[in-house]
Design a protein. Sequence first.
Length: 422
Amino acid sequence: MADVSGILSQDAFYDEALGKIYGVIRGLYEQNRKIDLVSVMQGLQSIGQLEEVGGAFALSELSRRVSSSANIAVHAMYIHQSWVARRLIETCLKIESKAYDETQDVSETIGEALKQIEAISGSMDYNTPTIHVGEASRKAIELYDNRKKLAASGIKTGIDTGLYDLNSITNGGWRAGQLIIVAARPAMGKTSIAMHFARSAALSGIPVLVFSLEMSAQSITNKFIFSECDIDSHRFSVGKLTDEEEKKLYNASNALYSLPVTISDCAGISIHKIRDIARNGKRMGKYGMIVIDYLQLIDMRNQNRSYNREQEVSQVSRSAKIIAKELEIPVILLSQLSREVEKRGSKIPLLSDLRESGAIEQDADMVIFIHRPEYYNETNAVKGEGILRVAKNREGETGDIVFRYNYNLTRIADKYGDSNPF
Protein backbone atom coordinates (compact mmCIF):
# COMPACT_ATOMS: atom_id res chain seq x y z
CA MET A 1 0.00 0.00 0.00
CA ALA A 2 2.88 2.36 0.64
CA ASP A 3 3.92 1.87 -3.00
CA VAL A 4 0.48 2.35 -4.55
CA SER A 5 -1.47 4.66 -2.23
CA GLY A 6 -0.09 7.74 -3.98
CA ILE A 7 -0.95 6.32 -7.41
CA LEU A 8 -4.41 4.76 -7.14
CA SER A 9 -7.71 6.11 -5.92
CA GLN A 10 -10.91 4.08 -5.52
CA ASP A 11 -12.33 5.65 -8.70
CA ALA A 12 -9.43 4.30 -10.77
CA PHE A 13 -10.99 0.84 -11.01
CA TYR A 14 -13.34 0.22 -13.94
CA ASP A 15 -15.03 -2.58 -11.98
CA GLU A 16 -16.91 -0.87 -9.11
CA ALA A 17 -16.62 -3.99 -6.95
CA LEU A 18 -12.84 -3.88 -7.17
CA GLY A 19 -12.96 -0.17 -6.36
CA LYS A 20 -14.97 -0.85 -3.20
CA ILE A 21 -12.50 -3.55 -2.11
CA TYR A 22 -9.58 -1.20 -2.70
CA GLY A 23 -11.37 1.54 -0.77
CA VAL A 24 -11.60 -0.71 2.30
CA ILE A 25 -7.94 -1.76 1.95
CA ARG A 26 -6.88 1.87 1.75
CA GLY A 27 -9.02 2.73 4.75
CA LEU A 28 -7.29 0.00 6.81
CA TYR A 29 -3.92 1.30 5.67
CA GLU A 30 -4.73 4.89 6.67
CA GLN A 31 -5.87 3.62 10.09
CA ASN A 32 -2.57 1.74 10.42
CA ARG A 33 -4.44 -1.58 10.77
CA LYS A 34 -3.29 -4.96 9.50
CA ILE A 35 -4.45 -5.79 5.97
CA ASP A 36 -5.37 -9.42 5.24
CA LEU A 37 -8.28 -11.43 3.88
CA VAL A 38 -10.18 -11.44 7.18
CA SER A 39 -9.75 -7.72 7.97
CA VAL A 40 -10.84 -6.72 4.42
CA MET A 41 -13.86 -9.03 4.61
CA GLN A 42 -14.88 -7.57 7.99
CA GLY A 43 -14.36 -4.06 6.68
CA LEU A 44 -16.68 -4.67 3.73
CA GLN A 45 -19.23 -6.37 5.98
CA SER A 46 -19.26 -3.42 8.39
CA ILE A 47 -20.36 -1.06 5.62
CA GLY A 48 -22.80 -3.53 4.05
CA GLN A 49 -20.83 -4.10 0.85
CA LEU A 50 -19.51 -7.64 1.26
CA GLU A 51 -22.25 -9.27 -0.82
CA GLU A 52 -22.08 -6.44 -3.39
CA VAL A 53 -18.49 -7.41 -4.24
CA GLY A 54 -19.29 -11.14 -4.48
CA GLY A 55 -18.88 -12.26 -0.85
CA ALA A 56 -16.00 -13.98 0.92
CA PHE A 57 -15.53 -16.44 -1.94
CA ALA A 58 -14.82 -13.62 -4.44
CA LEU A 59 -12.25 -12.14 -2.05
CA SER A 60 -10.45 -15.44 -1.64
CA GLU A 61 -10.42 -15.96 -5.42
CA LEU A 62 -8.87 -12.52 -5.93
CA SER A 63 -6.25 -13.30 -3.31
CA ARG A 64 -5.30 -16.59 -5.02
CA ARG A 65 -4.93 -14.90 -8.42
CA VAL A 66 -2.01 -12.74 -7.25
CA SER A 67 1.26 -14.42 -8.20
CA SER A 68 3.64 -11.74 -6.92
CA SER A 69 3.70 -8.17 -5.65
CA ALA A 70 7.21 -7.51 -6.92
CA ASN A 71 6.07 -5.03 -9.63
CA ILE A 72 3.02 -3.71 -7.83
CA ALA A 73 3.83 -0.03 -8.45
CA VAL A 74 4.15 -0.63 -12.20
CA HIS A 75 0.86 -2.55 -12.23
CA ALA A 76 -0.79 0.29 -10.31
CA MET A 77 0.43 2.75 -12.95
CA TYR A 78 -1.17 0.63 -15.69
CA ILE A 79 -4.52 0.83 -13.88
CA HIS A 80 -4.08 4.55 -13.27
CA GLN A 81 -3.25 5.28 -16.91
CA SER A 82 -6.28 3.32 -18.09
CA TRP A 83 -8.41 5.42 -15.73
CA VAL A 84 -6.87 8.63 -17.10
CA ALA A 85 -7.59 7.44 -20.66
CA ARG A 86 -11.27 6.84 -19.74
CA ARG A 87 -11.53 10.30 -18.18
CA LEU A 88 -10.00 11.79 -21.32
CA ILE A 89 -12.52 10.00 -23.55
CA GLU A 90 -15.45 11.12 -21.37
CA THR A 91 -14.20 14.72 -21.30
CA CYS A 92 -13.67 14.84 -25.06
CA LEU A 93 -17.18 13.55 -25.66
CA LYS A 94 -18.61 16.29 -23.42
CA ILE A 95 -16.49 18.93 -25.17
CA GLU A 96 -17.61 17.63 -28.57
CA SER A 97 -21.25 17.84 -27.49
CA LYS A 98 -20.80 21.45 -26.32
CA ALA A 99 -18.95 22.37 -29.53
CA TYR A 100 -21.94 21.16 -31.58
CA ASP A 101 -24.35 23.13 -29.37
CA GLU A 102 -24.83 26.54 -31.02
CA THR A 103 -26.28 28.00 -27.80
CA GLN A 104 -22.93 27.58 -26.06
CA ASP A 105 -20.34 30.37 -26.12
CA VAL A 106 -17.29 29.02 -27.96
CA SER A 107 -14.76 30.89 -25.81
CA GLU A 108 -16.35 29.46 -22.65
CA THR A 109 -16.29 25.97 -24.17
CA ILE A 110 -12.58 26.34 -24.94
CA GLY A 111 -11.90 27.61 -21.44
CA GLU A 112 -13.82 24.75 -19.85
CA ALA A 113 -12.00 22.27 -22.11
CA LEU A 114 -8.60 23.65 -21.13
CA LYS A 115 -9.49 23.53 -17.44
CA GLN A 116 -10.69 19.92 -17.61
CA ILE A 117 -7.76 18.71 -19.71
CA GLU A 118 -5.34 20.43 -17.35
CA ALA A 119 -7.03 18.72 -14.38
CA ILE A 120 -6.61 15.35 -16.09
CA SER A 121 -2.98 16.16 -16.92
CA GLY A 122 -2.38 17.08 -13.27
CA SER A 123 -3.61 13.66 -12.17
CA MET A 124 -0.60 12.11 -13.93
CA ASP A 125 1.77 13.69 -11.39
CA TYR A 126 2.00 10.58 -9.19
CA ASN A 127 5.74 10.26 -9.64
CA THR A 128 6.53 13.14 -7.29
CA PRO A 129 10.32 13.45 -7.15
CA THR A 130 11.88 12.99 -3.73
CA ILE A 131 15.42 13.54 -2.56
CA HIS A 132 17.21 12.57 0.64
CA VAL A 133 18.48 15.51 2.69
CA GLY A 134 22.01 14.08 2.50
CA GLU A 135 21.89 14.11 -1.30
CA ALA A 136 20.39 17.60 -1.27
CA SER A 137 23.16 18.87 1.03
CA ARG A 138 25.78 17.43 -1.33
CA LYS A 139 24.12 19.22 -4.24
CA ALA A 140 24.07 22.45 -2.21
CA ILE A 141 27.87 22.23 -1.84
CA GLU A 142 28.23 21.55 -5.57
CA LEU A 143 26.02 24.55 -6.33
CA TYR A 144 28.08 26.76 -4.04
CA ASP A 145 31.36 25.57 -5.61
CA ASN A 146 30.01 26.32 -9.10
CA ARG A 147 28.85 29.78 -8.05
CA LYS A 148 32.22 30.41 -6.40
CA LYS A 149 33.99 29.58 -9.66
CA LEU A 150 31.64 31.78 -11.64
CA ALA A 151 32.09 34.68 -9.20
CA ALA A 152 35.88 34.32 -9.37
CA SER A 153 35.74 34.50 -13.17
CA GLY A 154 33.45 37.55 -13.06
CA ILE A 155 30.38 35.70 -14.37
CA LYS A 156 27.05 36.56 -12.69
CA THR A 157 25.23 33.69 -10.96
CA GLY A 158 21.74 35.14 -11.50
CA ILE A 159 19.98 37.18 -14.19
CA ASP A 160 21.04 40.82 -14.00
CA THR A 161 18.32 43.12 -12.62
CA GLY A 162 20.00 46.22 -13.99
CA LEU A 163 20.35 47.73 -10.50
CA TYR A 164 23.50 47.10 -8.48
CA ASP A 165 21.85 47.20 -5.03
CA LEU A 166 19.01 44.93 -6.20
CA ASN A 167 21.54 42.43 -7.56
CA SER A 168 23.17 42.50 -4.15
CA ILE A 169 20.01 41.95 -2.11
CA THR A 170 18.86 39.16 -4.46
CA ASN A 171 22.23 37.41 -4.22
CA GLY A 172 23.15 37.97 -7.85
CA GLY A 173 19.83 38.67 -9.56
CA TRP A 174 16.74 36.72 -10.59
CA ARG A 175 16.91 32.94 -10.39
CA ALA A 176 15.26 30.00 -12.13
CA GLY A 177 11.89 29.01 -10.68
CA GLN A 178 11.26 32.32 -8.91
CA LEU A 179 7.96 34.18 -8.99
CA ILE A 180 8.71 37.88 -8.45
CA ILE A 181 5.75 40.16 -7.71
CA VAL A 182 6.33 43.84 -8.55
CA ALA A 183 3.43 45.80 -7.07
CA ALA A 184 2.47 49.46 -6.83
CA ARG A 185 -0.34 51.97 -7.08
CA PRO A 186 -1.06 53.52 -10.52
CA ALA A 187 1.49 56.08 -11.81
CA MET A 188 4.34 54.62 -9.75
CA GLY A 189 6.12 53.26 -12.85
CA LYS A 190 5.41 49.51 -12.73
CA THR A 191 5.76 49.04 -16.49
CA SER A 192 8.91 51.18 -16.71
CA ILE A 193 10.57 49.23 -13.91
CA ALA A 194 9.53 45.92 -15.47
CA MET A 195 10.88 46.96 -18.88
CA HIS A 196 14.14 47.98 -17.21
CA PHE A 197 14.37 44.46 -15.75
CA ALA A 198 13.53 42.93 -19.15
CA ARG A 199 16.09 45.07 -20.99
CA SER A 200 18.82 44.29 -18.44
CA ALA A 201 18.17 40.55 -18.74
CA ALA A 202 18.17 40.74 -22.54
CA LEU A 203 21.45 42.67 -22.55
CA SER A 204 22.87 39.78 -20.50
CA GLY A 205 21.85 37.38 -23.28
CA ILE A 206 18.65 36.08 -21.63
CA PRO A 207 15.71 35.90 -24.08
CA VAL A 208 12.68 37.60 -22.52
CA LEU A 209 8.96 37.18 -23.24
CA VAL A 210 6.77 40.15 -22.25
CA PHE A 211 2.99 39.77 -21.95
CA SER A 212 1.55 43.29 -22.12
CA LEU A 213 -2.14 43.22 -21.26
CA GLU A 214 -2.55 47.00 -21.07
CA MET A 215 -0.19 48.62 -23.58
CA SER A 216 0.39 47.77 -27.24
CA ALA A 217 3.61 46.13 -28.39
CA GLN A 218 4.58 49.40 -30.08
CA SER A 219 4.09 51.39 -26.86
CA ILE A 220 6.21 48.88 -24.96
CA THR A 221 8.89 49.10 -27.66
CA ASN A 222 8.83 52.89 -27.34
CA LYS A 223 9.54 52.46 -23.63
CA PHE A 224 12.57 50.33 -24.54
CA ILE A 225 13.75 53.08 -26.88
CA PHE A 226 13.25 55.79 -24.27
CA SER A 227 15.12 53.68 -21.69
CA GLU A 228 18.00 53.35 -24.15
CA CYS A 229 18.26 57.08 -24.82
CA ASP A 230 17.08 60.25 -23.10
CA ILE A 231 14.69 61.96 -25.49
CA ASP A 232 11.51 63.94 -24.91
CA SER A 233 8.59 61.49 -25.26
CA HIS A 234 6.14 64.29 -26.10
CA ARG A 235 8.28 65.65 -28.95
CA PHE A 236 8.72 62.08 -30.15
CA SER A 237 4.93 61.55 -30.27
CA VAL A 238 4.39 64.74 -32.32
CA GLY A 239 7.43 64.23 -34.55
CA LYS A 240 9.37 67.29 -33.40
CA LEU A 241 12.62 65.93 -31.97
CA THR A 242 15.77 68.03 -32.10
CA ASP A 243 18.60 66.92 -34.37
CA GLU A 244 20.51 65.64 -31.35
CA GLU A 245 17.48 63.71 -30.10
CA GLU A 246 16.91 62.19 -33.55
CA LYS A 247 20.51 60.95 -33.56
CA LYS A 248 19.94 59.35 -30.14
CA LEU A 249 16.68 57.81 -31.38
CA TYR A 250 18.29 56.15 -34.42
CA ASN A 251 21.22 54.86 -32.36
CA ALA A 252 18.82 53.44 -29.75
CA SER A 253 16.73 51.75 -32.44
CA ASN A 254 19.83 50.11 -33.91
CA ALA A 255 20.97 48.97 -30.46
CA LEU A 256 17.58 47.38 -29.73
CA TYR A 257 17.30 45.63 -33.10
CA SER A 258 19.04 42.45 -31.96
CA LEU A 259 17.78 42.54 -28.35
CA PRO A 260 16.23 39.10 -27.52
CA VAL A 261 12.85 40.43 -26.36
CA THR A 262 9.47 39.19 -27.64
CA ILE A 263 6.32 41.18 -26.85
CA SER A 264 2.79 39.79 -26.85
CA ASP A 265 0.20 42.58 -26.57
CA CYS A 266 -2.64 40.22 -25.77
CA ALA A 267 -5.44 42.05 -23.97
CA GLY A 268 -7.71 39.66 -22.09
CA ILE A 269 -5.44 36.62 -22.33
CA SER A 270 -5.98 33.82 -19.82
CA ILE A 271 -3.29 32.35 -17.56
CA HIS A 272 -3.82 29.02 -19.36
CA LYS A 273 -2.89 30.63 -22.68
CA ILE A 274 0.12 32.33 -21.12
CA ARG A 275 1.23 28.96 -19.79
CA ASP A 276 0.81 27.29 -23.21
CA ILE A 277 2.80 30.01 -25.02
CA ALA A 278 5.53 29.91 -22.37
CA ARG A 279 5.76 26.10 -22.52
CA ASN A 280 6.03 26.00 -26.30
CA GLY A 281 8.59 28.80 -26.38
CA LYS A 282 10.73 27.29 -23.62
CA ARG A 283 10.68 23.93 -25.41
CA MET A 284 12.22 25.64 -28.44
CA GLY A 285 14.73 27.53 -26.30
CA LYS A 286 13.14 30.92 -26.99
CA TYR A 287 12.56 32.26 -23.47
CA GLY A 288 14.66 32.49 -20.32
CA MET A 289 12.49 34.98 -18.41
CA ILE A 290 8.85 36.07 -18.52
CA VAL A 291 7.30 39.44 -17.60
CA ILE A 292 3.49 39.74 -17.22
CA ASP A 293 1.97 43.25 -17.09
CA TYR A 294 -0.27 42.87 -15.10
CA LEU A 295 -2.11 40.34 -12.89
CA GLN A 296 -5.50 42.06 -12.54
CA LEU A 297 -5.89 42.33 -16.35
CA ILE A 298 -5.54 38.58 -16.92
CA ASP A 299 -8.81 37.13 -18.22
CA MET A 300 -10.37 35.01 -15.46
CA ARG A 301 -13.72 34.26 -17.13
CA ASN A 302 -12.58 30.73 -17.91
CA GLN A 303 -12.10 29.92 -14.26
CA ASN A 304 -14.62 28.10 -12.09
CA ARG A 305 -17.81 30.19 -12.10
CA SER A 306 -18.35 29.57 -8.40
CA TYR A 307 -15.06 31.30 -7.57
CA ASN A 308 -15.08 34.80 -6.14
CA ARG A 309 -12.57 37.41 -7.28
CA GLU A 310 -10.07 36.60 -4.53
CA GLN A 311 -10.11 32.90 -5.44
CA GLU A 312 -9.61 33.75 -9.12
CA VAL A 313 -6.63 35.97 -8.38
CA SER A 314 -5.23 33.26 -6.12
CA GLN A 315 -5.51 30.72 -8.93
CA VAL A 316 -3.68 33.05 -11.34
CA SER A 317 -0.81 33.73 -8.92
CA ARG A 318 -0.51 30.01 -8.19
CA SER A 319 -0.42 29.24 -11.93
CA ALA A 320 2.30 31.86 -12.42
CA LYS A 321 4.40 30.16 -9.75
CA ILE A 322 3.83 26.78 -11.43
CA ILE A 323 5.02 28.25 -14.76
CA ALA A 324 8.22 29.53 -13.11
CA LYS A 325 8.92 26.23 -11.37
CA GLU A 326 7.95 23.96 -14.27
CA LEU A 327 9.94 25.88 -16.90
CA GLU A 328 12.80 26.72 -14.50
CA ILE A 329 12.79 30.42 -15.37
CA PRO A 330 12.02 33.58 -13.36
CA VAL A 331 8.54 35.03 -13.85
CA ILE A 332 8.02 38.72 -13.03
CA LEU A 333 4.33 39.39 -12.41
CA LEU A 334 3.16 42.98 -12.00
CA SER A 335 0.23 43.70 -9.69
CA GLN A 336 -1.90 46.62 -8.56
CA LEU A 337 -2.05 47.55 -4.88
CA SER A 338 -5.30 48.29 -3.07
CA ARG A 339 -6.49 51.82 -2.35
CA GLU A 340 -5.66 51.35 1.32
CA VAL A 341 -2.26 52.86 0.56
CA GLU A 342 -3.88 56.19 -0.32
CA LYS A 343 -5.91 56.25 2.91
CA ARG A 344 -2.89 56.07 5.22
CA GLY A 345 -0.65 58.90 6.33
CA SER A 346 2.39 56.94 5.22
CA LYS A 347 2.13 55.96 1.55
CA ILE A 348 4.81 53.27 1.81
CA PRO A 349 3.17 49.99 0.67
CA LEU A 350 2.75 46.99 2.98
CA LEU A 351 2.27 43.30 2.19
CA SER A 352 -1.33 43.63 3.36
CA ASP A 353 -1.91 46.07 0.48
CA LEU A 354 -1.57 43.34 -2.16
CA ARG A 355 -4.87 43.71 -3.94
CA GLU A 356 -7.62 41.07 -3.66
CA SER A 357 -5.56 38.17 -2.40
CA GLY A 358 -3.21 37.16 0.38
CA ALA A 359 -2.31 34.16 -1.80
CA ILE A 360 -0.16 36.47 -3.96
CA GLU A 361 2.19 36.95 -1.02
CA GLN A 362 2.11 33.22 -0.27
CA ASP A 363 2.99 32.15 -3.84
CA ALA A 364 5.68 34.77 -4.43
CA ASP A 365 9.34 34.08 -3.82
CA MET A 366 9.91 37.82 -3.79
CA VAL A 367 7.61 40.83 -3.39
CA ILE A 368 8.92 44.24 -4.48
CA PHE A 369 6.96 47.46 -3.95
CA ILE A 370 7.57 50.67 -5.93
CA HIS A 371 7.28 53.91 -4.00
CA ARG A 372 7.97 57.44 -5.25
CA PRO A 373 8.03 59.95 -2.37
CA GLU A 374 8.17 62.81 -4.91
CA TYR A 375 4.73 61.82 -6.26
CA TYR A 376 3.16 62.26 -2.81
CA ASN A 377 5.12 65.44 -2.01
CA GLU A 378 6.60 63.76 1.05
CA THR A 379 8.98 65.62 3.33
CA ASN A 380 12.63 65.12 2.31
CA ALA A 381 11.56 63.67 -1.06
CA VAL A 382 14.36 63.91 -3.61
CA LYS A 383 13.38 64.77 -7.18
CA GLY A 384 13.90 61.85 -9.53
CA GLU A 385 14.51 59.30 -6.75
CA GLY A 386 12.26 56.34 -6.00
CA ILE A 387 12.37 53.34 -3.68
CA LEU A 388 12.11 49.65 -4.44
CA ARG A 389 11.07 47.99 -1.19
CA VAL A 390 11.89 44.28 -1.11
CA ALA A 391 9.20 43.25 1.38
CA LYS A 392 9.61 39.50 0.95
CA ASN A 393 12.61 37.50 -0.20
CA ARG A 394 12.71 33.76 0.38
CA GLU A 395 16.36 33.46 -0.61
CA GLY A 396 17.87 36.64 0.78
CA GLU A 397 17.44 39.88 2.65
CA THR A 398 14.66 42.44 2.63
CA GLY A 399 15.14 46.18 2.54
CA ASP A 400 14.90 49.39 0.52
CA ILE A 401 16.78 50.19 -2.67
CA VAL A 402 16.99 53.70 -4.09
CA PHE A 403 16.75 54.12 -7.85
CA ARG A 404 16.72 57.14 -10.15
CA TYR A 405 14.32 58.01 -12.94
CA ASN A 406 14.00 60.82 -15.49
CA TYR A 407 11.19 63.37 -15.62
CA ASN A 408 8.83 61.29 -17.79
CA LEU A 409 9.63 58.02 -15.99
CA THR A 410 10.99 56.27 -19.06
CA ARG A 411 14.56 55.68 -17.88
CA ILE A 412 15.68 53.89 -14.71
CA ALA A 413 19.19 53.87 -13.21
CA ASP A 414 21.19 53.13 -10.05
CA LYS A 415 21.40 55.92 -7.51
CA TYR A 416 25.19 55.96 -7.58
CA GLY A 417 25.78 54.24 -10.91
CA ASP A 418 27.57 55.62 -13.91
CA SER A 419 24.34 55.70 -15.90
CA ASN A 420 22.65 59.08 -15.53
CA PRO A 421 18.93 59.00 -16.35
CA PHE A 422 18.71 62.77 -16.74
